[in-house]
Design a protein around this ligand. Sequence first.
Ligand SMILES: NC(=O)c1ccc[n+]([C@@H]2O[C@H](COP(=O)([O-])OP(=O)(O)OC[C@H]3O[C@@H](n4cnc5c(N)ncnc54)[C@H](OP(=O)(O)O)[C@@H]3O)[C@@H](O)[C@H]2O)c1
Length: 371
Amino acid sequence: MKDSLPPAEGLVGCRRQNERMGNDQFMTAAVLRRHGGPDALEVRDDWPVPQAGPGQVLVRVSAAAMNNTDIWTREGAYGLPGLPEAKAGWRGPVDFPRVQGGDIAGTVSAVAADVAEAWTGRRVLVDPAFYADEREDADPVGLLGSEADGGFATYVAVEAARVHDMSTSPLSDEELASLPVAYGTAMGMLERARITGDETVLVTGASGGVGLALVQLAAARGARVVAMTSGSKAEALREAGAAATVSREATEFRRQLDAAAPDGLDAVADVAGGPWIERLMPALRDGARWVIAGAVAGPVVPLDLRRLYLHNLSLIGSSMHTRAHFAQLAELARTGALRPSIAARYHLNDIHAAQDEFRRGAHVGKIVITP
Ligand SMILES: NC(=O)c1ccc[n+]([C@@H]2O[C@H](COP(=O)([O-])OP(=O)(O)OC[C@H]3O[C@@H](n4cnc5c(N)ncnc54)[C@H](OP(=O)(O)O)[C@@H]3O)[C@@H](O)[C@H]2O)c1
């Protein structure tokens, strides 16, 4: 994207990809063959290096973080409208074989003939979203790693319009790779729900990728964050900026919540859904917003609509981010105003072990894959 890249001196002639890459034709990639268990995902070292097509750049991946969506897409766990049990990706059918991984940081190693040569050699963060149209606030309608090949590979070819220059960022490539999906989604939730300072916000799934990003970003805006978590993760969440924590396993959960938010909640930033909607809704103040981006605790819920309309509550669905949200995030990354925490690192060859650890859910922060 335009960002801080100096103006290009016009478009350059054809950049010969193989010159830049030492004639590599094959690379290592984690390839999803079909929806299914871990065996549906194969690590291959004979996968063709993609070519940068018109308007694209080739990025040599230095880090790619994991997200819940990688596992749900592998399993086909998203269902279809009217068919909740159908195997599908988040936007419907997935084209196999597919290289997953929407969180990509790396270096541009080649550019197409119609892309400014100044990008070559630059450290970049990749916006993984496909958008409905050209507007800055257009909705996302696709994701790298789901609707096109992503970053669980040595190289990925992406549109030049989606790379953000990170030459001056103090963040490591692993920290940068932790941002797009989790922090992008969190940014989208906070913006769509207009969460500002001076508000009390409950974050569910607070130790997870999106949840931890919500805690950090909401606290950075001055909001008072109450983090809902489990096990022994509370201290890590307070360090990340939560003013208070409540345990979702506590028998006296409601008493904990009332102590943490005696005046009620102005907003809930939710990735859990399931029974939490019924349990938490009575703690909302009149006029409060409930923004939801995930359903780890269950996708289909009973809802007493009277509580919604009698208290002027807003229920807001939130999918990923817009270009404008991502640009805000990229600026925070460039200035170092945001520092994601890395829970674990795995080599691409060990992606199955990385998914196992992700699934166990004992980690706080992002699990990063390096090719
Ligand atoms: N809409 C979007 O654009 C978008 C984008 C990214 C992700 N998502 C969705 O958001 C959700 C979270 O994604 P993620 O990558 O952050 O996942 P994650 O890293 O696995 O985090 C989920 C967290 O939820 C908590 N949790 C697990 N089971 C729970 C339960 N039964 N009740 C309440 N909390 C529970 C756990 O945290 P504690 O132990 O701390 O409670 C866990 O760490 C997923 O549903 C994912 O598909 C949506």
